[in-house]
Write a protein that binds this ligand. Structure first.
Ligand SMILES: Cc1cc2nc3c(=O)[nH]c(=O)nc-3n(C[C@H](O)[C@H](O)[C@H](O)COP(=O)(O)OP(=O)(O)OC[C@H]3O[C@@H](n4cnc5c(N)ncnc54)[C@H](O)[C@@H]3O)c2cc1C
Length: 434
């Protein structure tokens, strides 16, 4: 029997985080590295269930998969436009940010241009660690086992499903998280009336309200948010400095308490807030409702959802106004959860580790609160052994908001991880040959 092949690196997930890493390894590091990426979806895609008509991206297009690391790369967004003969027309677009559908196409174009080995339709089930061999075993849902000296874990963050709704997610799609939105809404009857509730006050919540009002003209669409009302993201220049590597260093070098204090400053740049363009569109829509005496949307602000239960074919929400204390029950035909994603770290709404680390986290270095210790190079390391698992896109609680599963610092993060991978590989080879 032949020994199974040992990879220098196995990447889990082939979304933007690991694509950026694959490019960095190809361009700057070591093309000889034995690496494979495992991706559960059958074909390249980026946030395909939220590619809403007219929606644009939320980052500067130059913060793409490569340009901050290597502005001369052929994998830049500008080169994608050039090679697809749309550069000049793109510059004439009357929008400051590219459409999300176009950016998704850019991500797919890069994936299809790279020579990296990617196995699509391969979902990872479990990771195990052998401290004697200093190796990881990765098991896929088909039962295949692969061995790796290093892992880049880039599966994206876990959807945040508030506890009240955990039991209500079912195949009938009465309650869905935004990551399942398009398949769900396509199954709704476009002519039916009814009432849909959107939970959250984020960019996605506003986009969903606009999309539903347009797509289902007979339906009432309400938004329930913990804030007093919807508000704009803070894109002012000093606040945006939190999306720089200097801030990442500062944040990573801070105590846990200081990080939570910094979070209060950084969060309005990205969370529980939306871009001004979509807020203004919704405001005009709601004003038109008033003119036509047909209120189709109400924003339930200062609202806490105390409980949710299935009531025949509907979902009943017990809500409380957090300022007045007023209690009410609202009944919806559908609920869309625009509730975002879980970060790592033991604070409310978060998880101590990504579920794919369930089988291995006890062997990894953690602090006294049970949170994994993540080094500046995004690696978590075993208590016994050296083989790192790089958390590629999961480190907001240790590296700050630039790591909030966004494109902002993706290419620079990839550079840091790629260098560390090569260092670790070289050290392992020297040890093996010595
Ligand atoms: C609707 C929406 C719009 C967004 N728009 C923007 C934006 O405009 N700008 C911005 O900066 N950020 C945006 N984001 C944030 C977004 O998370 C990042 O842009 C980016 O997708 C993060 O890349 P990632 O590779 O970390 O995660 P993902 O894009 O989630 O990719 C993870 C990949 O891992 C795969 N995977 C997961 N589990 C497994 C497994 N067990 N085995 C194998 N493969 C697995 C998934 O199929 C997926 O392909 C948006 C997010 C959403 C939800």
């Amino acid at each position: 029997m032949t020994n199974p092949k040992i990879y220098d690196l196995i990447g889990i997930g082939f979304g933007p985080a690991n694509i950026a890493l694959a490019i960095a390894l190809e361009e700057d590091a070591d093309p000889e590295l034995r690496a494979v990426f495992l991706e559960k979806s059958p074909a390249p895609q980026w946030q395909e269930n939220m590619l809403l008509g007219g929606s644009d991206i939320q980052h500067h297009p130059v913060r793409d998969l490569v340009s901050l690391r290597n502005p001369r790369s052929r994998y830049s967004f500008i080169n994608y436009l050039h090679e697809n003969r749309r550069l000049i027309e793109h510059l004439n677009l009357p929008t400051p940010f590219p459409l999300r559908t176009e950016y998704a196409d850019y991500v797919s174009w890069v994936r299809n241009t790279l020579t990296t080995e990617v196995r699509y339709g391969t979902a990872v089930l479990d990771i195990a660690f052998d401290p004697v061999a200093d190796l990881y075993t990765i098991t896929t849902t088909s039962g295949e086992e692969l061995l790796a000296q290093q892992i880049s874990l880039g599966p994206g963050r876990s959807p945040l499903i508030p506890d009240q709704f955990a039991e209500l997610l079912d195949t009938r799609r009465r309650v869905v998280h935004l990551t399942d939105y398009l398949p769900a809404v396509r199954s709704f009857d476009p002519l039916a009336d009814g009432r849909i509730g959107i939970v959250g006050g984020s960019q996605s919540a506003v986009e969903l309200a606009l999309d539903l009002r347009h797509r289902l003209p007979s339906v009432r669409v309400d938004i329930l948010t913990r804030s007093w009302s919807l508000r704009a993201k803070d894109h002012s220049p000093f606040s945006e400095e939190v999306y720089t590597p200097g801030f990442t260093d500062y944040y990573h070098g801070s105590s846990k308490a200081a990080r939570r204090r910094l979070d209060r400053f950084t969060r309005p740049t990205n969370y529980s807030a939306a871009d001004l363009d979509v807020l203004e569109r919704l405001y005009v829509d709601l004003y038109e409702d008033k003119l036509s005496n047909r209120i189709r949307t109400r924003i339930y602000g200062d609202t806490e959802i105390i409980a949710a239960r299935r009531a025949n074919d509907t979902v009943a929400l017990a809500i409380r106004n957090t300022t007045t204390g007023h209690h009410e029950e609202l009944v919806f035909d559908r609920i869309i959860l625009a509730t975002g994603f879980r970060d790592m770290g033991g604070t409310a709404d978060n998880e101590h580790h990504h579920p794919l680390l369930d089988g291995v986290h006890r062997q990894l270095r953690a602090d006294t609160d049970g949170d994994l210790i993540v080094d500046r190079d995004y690696g978590v390391r075993p208590i016994t052994g050296t083989a790192p698992i790089y958390l590629n896109g999961l480190c907001e609680s240790t590296h700050g908001i630039g790591d909030s599963g966004s494109f902002s610092l993706l290419s620079l993060r990839a550079e840091v991880i790629a260098r560390s991978i090569i260092d670790c590989r070289d050290r392992t080879r020297i040890t093996v040959t010595a």
